[in-house]
Design a protein. Structure first.
Length: 397
């Protein structure tokens, strides 16, 4: 009895009347939905898509790295500012192929692109090293010890690897990294939080290129009008039409290819939809997000629609004050502390704010304000201006 009941139910299901959707409706209004596809997030892929393949990311990194590398540096200790010192000579000419600006530009660039920067000291005997070299951060890996602290660094290239052991004393590798809340050994690059905006910006650029390849024509619809006003295709006709469209008329490589329509088929071009018209605004919004991740005012990048700053000069001051100077101060302090391990001196390598043209107006106002404070002593005024105490007679100023 039970088996007869299930057989009867299967027969009723099989004998249910067949209902079909309109084939013409699927031809006229065809679309696709799915989850967003994001690019890979490893360092090498982000460098290719966010720096080498994106003009906004490229310009942000170049602006920050070049501006920070061009800052004049001064070397001082707790008593005086040095006019000549072996560390200054090393920084001025770190290796035969690079000068100070080239070395620091590569250093800042690696830090911005990967969140990590590695400097190698070559020929470190007595005193300062003979040469300094910036190593590619995508080839360097940290070797942690049993206690979790790094004991060595491995540099891999061309199937070979070289290990830099962190011996006692001054290490031969200086590792500078950005803050990362979830990683103990590697820093977080600005490319990581900007990755989604970079994907959107690149996708919008590809869409614009495909539209240009299609003679800047928007898409349209194929409408079928058969004999005697019949408006539906058979299953075989519909399958054939869809196969030909996918094979010969979809994708950027087929953009602009003319359609060969047989009896009853008509092409109806469509105008730009509101979503098409908003594509440029979406691209500009993505560009602003990329600039925000790097700390570059969009006005300096020529991105339209941003009026956060009253003028270009104000935006430039904010760029130096909020982005360039904090980065340069932190990196130069790390390099100075590392080099001080070779010399045994307590040295500070800091940007000379009095020689930064973008901050000239601020520094003039600060100097005038401090100079007019009669209740301060000369030593207190020098401290407020970031200057070391007055040197004793016979010492270098």
């Amino acid at each position: 009895m039970i088996l007869d009941f299930f057989r009867q139910a299967e027969e009723e299901v099989a004998e249910a009347p067949e209902a079909k959707a309109s084939a013409a409706g699927r031809v006229i209004a065809w679309g696709m939905q799915g989850r967003a596809t994001w690019g890979p997030r490893d360092t090498g892929s982000l460098m290719r898509t966010g720096f080498a393949g994106n003009p906004v990311g490229f310009r942000c990194v170049k602006m920050i790295a070049e501006a920070a590398a061009a800052l004049p540096l001064v070397l001082q200790d707790s008593e005086r500012r040095f006019a000549a010192h072996p560390v200054l000579d090393l920084v001025a000419r770190p290796n035969p192929a690079q000068g100070r600006a080239e070395l620091f530009e590569a250093l800042y660039g690696q830090l911005l692109l990967s969140g990590n920067a590695f400097v190698e000291a070559v020929g470190s005997g007595a005193g300062v090293p003979l040469e300094l070299h910036v190593l590619r951060s995508d080839r360097m890996s940290v070797v942690p010890g049993a206690d979790g602290w790094p004991v060595a660094y491995e540099y891999r290239v061309g199937g070979r690897k070289h290990r830099f052991t962190l011996a006692e004393g001054a290490p031969c590798i200086c590792h500078i990294r950005g803050f990362h809340p979830q990683d103990d050994h590697y820093g977080l690059s600005p490319l990581q939080p900007a990755a989604q905006a970079i994907d959107v910006h690149n996708a919008a650029s590809r869409w614009s290129k495909a539209l240009l390849d299609n003679a800047a024509r928007p898409s349209g619809a194929i409408v079928y009008r058969g004999a005697e006003g019949q408006g539906s295709l058979s299953e075989d006709q519909y399958a054939r039409l869809m196969a030909e469209m996918e094979a010969h008329h979809q994708g950027a490589r087929n953009a602009g290819r003319p359609l060969l329509l047989e009896g009853g088929l008509d092409w109806k071009p469509m105008g730009f939809s509101p979503s098409d018209m908003e594509f440029q605004k979406t691209k500009e919004a993505a560009a602003r997000e990329i600039a925000l991740a790097f700390g570059v005012p969009p006005m300096l990048l020529g991105i339209p629609g941003d009026a956060t700053f009253a003028n270009y000069q104000e935006a430039n001051r904010a760029f130096y004050r909020l982005t360039v100077l904090p980065l340069a101060t932190r990196v130069s302090a790390a390099v100075a502390a590392w080099l001080a391990g070779f010399t045994g001196e307590a040295l500070e390598l800091v940007p000379d704010l009095d020689r930064v043209p973008a901050l000239a107006a601020e520094r003039d106002a600060q100097w005038a304000r401090v100079a007019g404070a009669d209740f301060l002593t000369a030593a207190e005024k020098r401290t407020l201006l970031g200057l070391p105490p007055l040197a004793e007679a016979g010492a270098d100023d």
